[in-house]
Every structure is written in C-alpha cells, then in structure tokens.
Design a protein around this ligand. Structure first.
Ligand SMILES: Cc1cc2nc3c(=O)[nH]c(=O)nc-3n(C[C@H](O)[C@H](O)[C@H](O)COP(=O)(O)O)c2cc1C
Length: 356
C-alpha cells in the first residue's frame, strides 16, 4: 500500500491526505439502495443479543474490524497503538498497514508492534501484492507475521493504486506466489486472507483467490476512501495528479463486491470494507453476505482527534448495529443474513443520511 522504500515520507503523506483532503468517492458503496425490514414482534431482548463472531481462530465481541492502515511512521505508530487499545477494549479485529518498510529495515519493526496493548484481538499482518511480484514469498510473509505476533496475514491486491503510483507494476506471477505463501503458512497454522484496498472484486477474482488457497477475503469496494484520490493528493507532478483524478471514481461498489464474492464462494470467510460508515451499513453488509465489516478512514479521523472520540464512535456504531439486529428480529450476527430488501424510497433515505 505504500512505496515507502522509494520515498520514506510516502506513508505519512497518505495519512495526511486521508486526514485533510477530499479523498472519498462521490459515488456511494450502495447501502442506501437497501433497507433492513422492520420486525414489529422481535421476541428478543435488546441487551441479550449475541454480537459475537469468530475470525482467524479468535473471538470478536462485535462483527467489526479496524481495517489495515498504518504503522510505517512515528505518527503511524501512535495511531496504530490508539487503534489497538480501542480494538482490545471493544473486542474488535485489527489489521496493521503494509509492513514492507520494516521488513526491509528491521529496526523499524517497533512502528508496527501493538500486541502488548491488544493481547486478545485477532491481529492481521500486511503485505502487498506488488512485493510478491518483486519476489517476496513465504519467508517474508512469516517474518511479517512474527514481527507483530499476528494471527493471520493480509495480502493486499491494489493494481490500480500501483499503476497510479507509476511503479513498474508487473503483476505476473502474483497468484502463484500467493498460492505458495498460503500453502507454506498453512503448515504453521497461519491463515492468509486476500484483500482489495477499495476497488472491489469480481466473482472470477474471488474464485481464483480460492484456488490460491486463501482462508478468507476482504472484498474492499468503492464508495468510501478512494485510493486514486489519495494518490492524486500525494502526486508530485500536476500530470500524475490529473491522471490519478481521472480514476477517482474507479471500482466495483462495495455492495456489489460483497455479492460477487458471496456468489462465487458461499462459505468463504468474508470481510466487507470500503464506505462502511454506520452501524446500519455493518448490518446491511452482513445481510448481503459478509461475515463482518471493516472500517478504515472514519476510525483514522477519530483516532487522530482523541482516544475518547474513537471510543465513543465505536460505541455508537455497535449500539446502532445492536438496534438494527433487535429491530429486524436478529438474535445473532448470522441471523441478519438475507434480511434486506430494495429501499422503497432510496432518494429520501439518501437525503436523510445513511443511518437506515
Ligand atoms: C491512511 C490509510 C492507509 C491505508 N493503508 C493500507 C495498507 O497499508 N494496507 C491495506 O491493505 N490497506 C490499507 N488501507 C485501505 C483500507 O484498509 C480500506 O480498504 C480502504 O481505505 C477503504 O475503507 P474506508 O472507506 O473505510 O476507508 C489504508 C487506508 C487508509 C485510510
């Protein structure tokens, strides 16, 4: 996700762009096109709903992951640790950002360490497909996992972003390298998940990833943070910036991406990210076929604001998800599956915000 070895400040520039610039898609993730059906006779207790789920062999208290973002700078370290404390406190899963920089300079490993403050959460290490194309394999994958005491590894697939960064961008051989990593890490009991970073996935990609042996997928789609826009704001020349902006709305919307993967792989563990912005979005993502949802930029903004702002935001998200479950008669997370219908008045729902 970063070209930190070419430019050590790039990760910081990504964070600054995400904190201060208009980097979100204009188009939506698609959640407003659906509504959760009200159940007038739920026969449930709001306080007794079971929001728990499992990921990478660990338990979560709610079906939410703090999506991989950062770690590659001093500021990234502080943000990661704040996110990790919140993940531990609320029982959420957590991913760190691309560890490439620390694999190339092991003295920087501390930038990614969070296990001391998040001992019980499902923790994901992170490597990019671009590094696989350059020769990273099972050794580097194992080192990334060991560096942070992770339970699993994310390999992020971001061809569009790499193309906009102007790298050599040769993705030939990535699938076979991924296959090798999945096979090797399976021997150590480490699951490997593949993820997009916001451009979504087709059914065909999902099937190919399953053939590679991935244990799960984050289908991260369009409608939230646009990595083409982030790259535009980080571009050095006007020409690079304009080119990146031309792709600012590129991608498969998250709602479609979820359904693509679920159609192709009915039982693959599936995380939904990209434009998840509310408790109702989490419920809808699960109703559409995801097992849990993940969120990146909104949590970065809150973490940057204060520890308290982050905690309150997560509390509200989970409270709203709980309310959605109660009011749809869903006593457990899997009970949400399929509880969705086309919005009767999408235009009005859209104007009123994205809460329902
Ligand atoms: C500041 C920032 C840095 C990110 N870095 C990474 C990364 O290193 N690896 C990765 O897999 N995804 C990375 N992402 C992508 C997110 O995990 C997520 O897929 C994407 O931002 C869409 O989610 P959102 O709309 O909730 O922001 C990053 C996101 C942000 C905001």
């Amino acid at each position: 996700m970063d070209d930190a070895t070419r430019d050590p400040t790039s990760k910081l520039r990504h964070i600054e762009a995400c904190l201060t610039r208009p980097v979100e898609y204009v188009r939506t993730a698609g959640f407003e096109a659906y509504e959760l059906p009200n159940e007038a006779l739920p026969e449930l207790s709001l306080a007794d709903l079971d929001l728990s789920c499992k990921l990478a062999g660990r338990s979560l208290r709610a079906p939410l992951m703090i999506a991989p973002m950062t770690g590659g700078t001093e500021k990234g370290r502080a943000i990661n640790r704040r996110l990790a404390v919140a993940a531990e406190c609320h029982g959420l899963a957590l991913g760190v950002g691309s560890q490439r920089i620390a694999l190339e300079d092991p003295s920087l490993a501390a930038w990614f360490e969070v296990r001391d403050v998040a001992p019980s959460v499902p923790l994901f290490a992170n490597l990019g497909a671009a590094q696989l194309a350059l020769g990273y394999g099972p050794d580097e994958a194992r080192r990334a996992v060991a560096m942070i005491g992770a339970d699993a590894l994310f390999v992020h697939l971001n061809p569009m972003q790499e193309a906009l960064q102007g790298t050599a961008c040769d993705f030939r051989g990535v699938a076979s390298r991924l296959e090798q990593i999945c096979r090797d890490l399976a021997r150590d009991g480490i699951p490997v998940f593949a993820r997009e970073v916001c451009f979504g996935m087709t059914e065909q990609t999902a099937r190919r990833l399953a053939e590679c042996g991935v244990s799960g997928i984050d289908c991260s789609g369009a409608g939230g943070t646009s990595w083409a826009k982030v790259e535009a704001h980080c571009a050095v020349t006007a020409r690079e910036r304009e080119r990146a902006l031309r792709f600012g709305e590129w991608g498969i919307a998250t709602c479609e991406s979820i359904q693509n993967v679920r159609r192709a792989l009915p039982s693959m563990p599936l995380i939904a990210s990209g434009g998840v912005r509310s408790g109702a979005d989490i419920a809808k993502a699960i109703a559409l076929g995801a097992d849990l949802a993940a969120m990146a930029r909104p949590l970065l903004l809150k973490a940057d604001e204060s520890e308290n702002a982050l905690h309150q935001f997560i509390e509200e998200l989970i409270a709203d998800l709980r309310t959605c479950m109660f009011a749809t008669g869903s006593g457990t997370v899997p009970a949400l599956r399929g509880k969705l219908r086309p919005a009767s008045q999408p235009a009005r729902a859209h104007r009123a915000g994205r809460a329902s």
